[in-house]
Design a protein around this ligand. Structure first.
Ligand code: FES
Length: 293
């Protein structure tokens, strides 16, 4: 349906790549600190931070648009425009952090989203100046233009999240098709010791790490963007063995799938493991058949 089907065209707007090429080095420099990038991605929250923070500018500007229509409430509208502008700065920072780890088509859409919001921010700023200089009608006109543009940019952001899957856990979809109950993974002796390998149950690819008689199994497709974890590198973080995703460097604990470093914010589903007659059995918690212990 128009205009929503037109948003897809942004994914293939190659002229945006020129802009991305200029912006990327600056963003990478700003995100050089892992601590900063983890905070901005929302690793500490266990959820992407960007959609949480955008609630404030969206809510403030929507309320301002309503209050501007009521003459007595216009001072409150002016205040809310300022609140929305201030809140848009941290929201933008989290969006930039997420954008830095997206694929090319996602980044094109993300750039359009950011350009729309930046222009809206400029219009709101001009609106405040006009209001401060005693030109309230012009101020309202500028803020309504900003609201229209911010709404369009938010719609593009929604396309990025829902259509282009920038943000949701990519591991969950794989975990959901795992067969219920204990499933045989094969003989323990066939697993390489101390080196990640790829296993599978049904259609679900698994990251498998054997350490002697202990076996750790995670869903193989990274929750950030489906990178193959079994191709990653093992590291130690905080005294725990972890796997580094080969695509964007997210770090997960191998024993429980917890995110140690982003850009991933969703834990990697960890499978329960038991050995029986020298064979390894696995199952996803929550998918048991009830009496299959
Ligand atoms: S796919 Fe991006 S960190 Fe794994």
């Amino acid at each position: 349906m128009w205009p929503f089907n037109q948003i897809s065209r942004l994914e293939n707007a190659t002229p945006l790549d020129t802009v991305a090429a200029k912006v990327k080095p600056l963003v990478e420099k700003a995100m050089a600190s892992r601590r900063v990038s983890d905070i901005l991605h929302g690793v500490w929250l266990g959820h992407p931070l960007h959609p949480v923070l955008v609630q404030v500018p969206v809510g403030a500007w929507t309320s301002a648009a309503i209050l501007d229509a009521v003459p007595r409430a216009r001072p409150a509208a002016t205040l809310l425009i300022g609140v929305g502008m201030a809140a848009s700065i941290p929201a933008a920072a989290t969006g930039v952090a997420d954008w830095s780890q997206q694929d090319t088509q996602q980044q094109r859409t993300g750039l359009a989203h950011a350009m729309g919001n930046t222009t809206a921010l400029g219009l709101y700023g001009a609106s405040l100046v006009a209001r401060g200089r005693g030109r309230p009608a012009l101020g309202r006109l500028l803020s309504y233009a900003g609201f229209a543009l911010a709404s369009a940019a938010a719609t593009v952001g929604g396309h990025l999240a829902y259509r282009q899957a920038a943000g949701p856990s990519h591991a969950v979809a794989h975990a959901e098709i795992a067969p219920p109950g204990w499933t045989d993974l094969g003989p323990l002796a066939d697993l390489p010791d101390g080196r990640p390998t790829r296993g599978s149950i049904g259609e679900v690819a698994l990251f498998v790490l054997r350490r002697g008689h202990q076996v750790h199994v995670l869903v193989d497709r990274c929750s950030h963007a489906s990178g193959p974890l079994h191709e990653g590198v093992l590291v130690t973080e905080g005294g725990r063995e972890c796997i580094v995703c080969p695509w964007h460097g997210s770090v997960f604990r191998v024993d429980d799938g917890k995110v140690v470093h982003g850009p991933a914010t969703a834990a990697q589903p960890a499978l329960q493991v038991r050995t029986h007659d020298g064979r390894v059995n696995v199952r996803l918690p929550g998918l048991s058949m009830g009496n299959d212990d």
